[in-house]
Design a protein around this ligand. Structure first.
Ligand code: DGY
Length: 320
């Protein structure tokens, strides 16, 4: 079986694949492939181990119907047209659970960072703006006992809620497709409708899978319904928010601040106006970027490939 890995992944996954005698074609990261080159190599292989947000749409599946499976190096599978994979019976695997801690750590870090303006103040020192102590300057807000609203309380959302509960005794409210009984029992989380999530959250953090139904769900109208002290956190997908509306909400004191690990598009341009704001902190999609999480993701992806090699069901399959 021939496997194409479009960008290098940690050795933990590569060695598992090699031990099985699987033939690998690894594209070195520095080599950015055009869409045509990418498709051509997929046509020459049996399995794609996909790193990054390549658009695996109907056109891709039409051209690459030879594939026996796709192992994603991500938990999110929004870049894959699952209906197109299904109609060709191509299993698609992901890497769930292993990045729950790392990704929720980034949501937690952004929340605190924005609440206390940490990154902004760091930039002030770099710019030579550290002046003498001023009792009225650099004031942030404390999070103790505040309300955390989670949009999409799955495994990453649960981990974020747990940290906020333990660290700051925050009240947890959430909006989801269904009730999360575990979170209700263990964290006393309360299910609320979307409008209540908007109006009651001091911190609103997105942890949902992205679907087109939720495209720019966080926009002018929804920001206007949030509290003035609210902190908006997005570590899920950039398409959840409308960037211009977020900029307006941040500059017109509609909400307090925002922490983003995801943008639309990615990478964000250096001259993006959000980067100049004192109340916005942006990170370059590093939610899962820990040695622990990335090694474990490599192992999950390799296990998915090995299952295909052994003619078994992928252990982490999103469409079977
Ligand atoms: C994921 O695993 O979905 C992360 O966002 C990286 O793409």
């Amino acid at each position: 079986m021939n496997v194409f890995i479009n960008k290098d992944i940690p050795e933990a996954g590569i060695s598992l694949l090699r031990k099985k005698g699987i033939n690998l074609t690894i594209n070195p990261t520095e080599n950015v492939l055009s869409r045509n080159e990418f498709i051509k190599i997929c046509q020459e292989n049996d399995v794609l181990l996909n790193v990054g947000a390549n658009n695996l749409d109907e056109d891709f599946f039409q051209q690459c119907s030879n594939l026996k499976g796709i192992a994603l190096f991500s938990v999110g599978f929004d870049a894959v047209k699952i209906a197109s994979a299904n109609s060709r019976k191509i299993p698609v695997g992901n890497t769930p659970d292993v990045l729950n801690r790392a990704t929720s750590d980034i949501a937690f870090l952004l929340m605190q960072n924005v609440a206390r303006k940490a990154f902004f103040n760091h930039k002030k020192i770099i710019n030579g703006d550290w002046n003498t102590f001023n009792a009225l300057e650099n004031l942030g807000q404390e999070l103790y006992g505040k309300t955390l609203g989670i949009f999409g309380l799955g495994r990453i959302g649960f981990e974020m809620a747990r940290k906020c509960k333990v660290a700051f005794e925050m009240n947890i409210i959430y909006h989801n497709r269904s009730h999360n009984e575990n979170a209700e029992k263990e964290l006393n989380a309360q299910y609320v409708d979307f409008e209540t999530l908007l109006s009651e959250s001091d911190v609103l953090s997105i942890h949902s899978n992205y679907t087109t139904e939720n495209n720019e769900l966080f926009n002018k109208d929804t920001f206007a319904k949030m509290k003035r002290n609210a902190i908006f956190i997005n570590t899920a997908r950039g398409k959840f928010h409308n960037e211009n509306d977020l900029f307006q909400a941040l500059t017109n004191d509609i909400i307090w601040g925002a922490g983003l690990d995801v943008t639309n598009p990615e990478p964000m341009k250096q001259d993006n106006p959000l980067l100049s704001l004192p109340n916005c902190c942006v990170l370059p999609h590093i939610g899962s970027a820990t040695f622990e999480a990335r090694n474990a993701m490599a192992v999950c992806a390799a296990q998915n490939v090995i299952a295909l090699f052994e003619d078994k069901k992928m252990p982490f399959c999103v469409n079977e």
